[in-house]
Design a protein around this ligand. Structure first.
Ligand SMILES: Cc1ncc(COP(=O)(O)O)c(C=O)c1O
Length: 395
């Protein structure tokens, strides 16, 4: 490498964009070497060499037949911002290396936190880390036990394990034991079925954390906001922007009712740092930037409209399923998740025989296997997905 290799190379970047949009085809290229190459092939040839693995063989999360996981396609404004942030490589750990980027993250938190009734917080690479961070703060405030419902995400079990806390799982919040030394984790949008647990549960818990990793963005929707009423009474909230806020990974929030007090509980000073290191991450990047840009481009209204559209698509899927004699759904869709299946062919067999351009996910609830569709893709075509499942069943 030469020092000039750190300067913007417009031709290379335009070539990357042309390959991305398909206006230029990649040169045929060898497979990636199985061990670290001794001599480089140059940046332009590397673009072509990476094309197939990175773009060609990736899953198109925005394809009409993709109605599966909590992972959305992302709008190009976020791609542009990723390019910019990679070029600047700001490190939010230290104000010297991120004079403005730190403020931009605070701005993103200021834009998002009030919708949840929270005073502030910070960004994390996902809700796994957001949950861990919130439960860490709860432990520092005196909680000894983590109590969750049966639908809690596995990250809650991981967090309890990492923090050396007991984890109790309960069926019914209304008959929970004394919670005065517990952090109660209430899931708003369970991973398997999208169920929003009662947000006023566990009122006697020392700390109430709401895991709204999936359904949190409904808070922005005029139509669906009420589904999360009560979230504003939590002590902390986790929400993944890389799920229903259409952000590139890794983008999420941990929010606190009193973020100043909570941040104090989870801050560590270091001699080489100008400001205390808050939370779990050390070095971390400017993940707020694509989110700010998207919200600026489309506004709360525009993004909420897109969430509403995906909710309508899952309703459409539920209607098609319910209207077909051979299909059944477990219940009406809940926060954009529908569990459904073919009455005569197993979930495994359906999954095995799905056409290449159709994908649904699967889950097991109370020992019963279900196909699962999640409203993360605004371009999903419910009729195509149903046809794909019926085609799989006929094989
Ligand atoms: C309810 C819930 N909580 C937490 C997580 C973990 O979030 P992330 O994948 O952003 O780490 C998920 C992921 O699906 C989830 O569904």
């Amino acid at each position: 490498m030469n020092p000039e290799d750190f300067q913007p190379d417009e031709q290379l970047l335009l070539h990357a964009v042309a390959l991305l949009t398909g206006s230029q085809m990649a040169e045929p290229s060898q497979r990636l070497p199985m061990s670290l190459p001794e001599v480089g092939i140059g940046a332009d040839a590397a673009l072509s060499a990476m094309f197939d693995d990175v773009l060609g063989r990736s899953r198109d999360l925005g394809a009409p037949g993709f109605f599966a996981h909590m992972d959305p396609p992302t709008p190009p404004i976020t791609w542009a911002m990723h390019l910019w942030t990679a070029s600047r490589n700001q490190n939010l750990l230290h104000p010297d290396t991120a004079p403005r980027a730190r403020e931009l993250e605070r701005l993103a938190v200021d834009w998002i936190a009030p919708w949840f009734g929270m005073s502030g917080g910070h960004m994390t690479p996902g809700s796994t880390v957001a949950n861990l961070t919130a439960i860490w703060a709860a432990r520092e405030s005196g909680c000894r036990v983590v109590v969750s419902g049966t639908g809690a995400h596995l990250s809650i079990r991981k967090a309890a394990h990492l923090l050396g806390m007991e984890h109790r799982v309960i069926d019914d919040w209304s008959v929970a034991d004394d919670l005065t030394n517990a952090v109660a984790v209430i899931t708003a949008g369970t991973t398997s079925s999208g169920e929003i647990e009662s947000l006023d549960a566990a009122s006697d818990a020392r700390w109430r954390h709401v895991d709204a990793a999936w359904s949190g963005p409904l808070r922005l929707s005029d139509r669906y906001r009420h589904l999360l009423d009560g979230i504003e009474d939590a002590d902390s909230v986790a929400m993944s922007a890389h799920k229903w806020l259409f952000q590139p990974k890794e983008s999420a929030f941990v929010l606190f009712a009193d973020h100043e007090a909570a941040h104090k509980l989870i801050s560590v000073d270091g001699a080489y740092l100008a400001v205390p290191n808050v939370g779990i991450l050390g070095s971390h990047g400017a993940v707020a930037v694509p989110l700010l840009a998207m919200l600026l481009a489309y506004g709360r209204e525009g993004v909420a409209g897109m969430i509403d559209r995906t909710m309508a698509l899952i309703d459409e899927l539920a209607e098609l399923v319910d209207a077909h004699d051979d299909l059944e759904s477990r219940s009406a869709p809940s926060s954009g998740v529908l569990c459904w299946r073919h009455k005569g062919v197993s979930v495994d067999d359906i999954k095995r025989h799905l056409p290449d351009d159709v994908l649904v996910s699967s889950t097991v609830i109370d020992g019963e296997p279900w196909l699962r569709s999640v409203a993360a893709n605004p371009n999903a075509d419910p009729a195509k997905v149903v046809a794909g499942v019926l085609q799989a069943a006929a094989r």
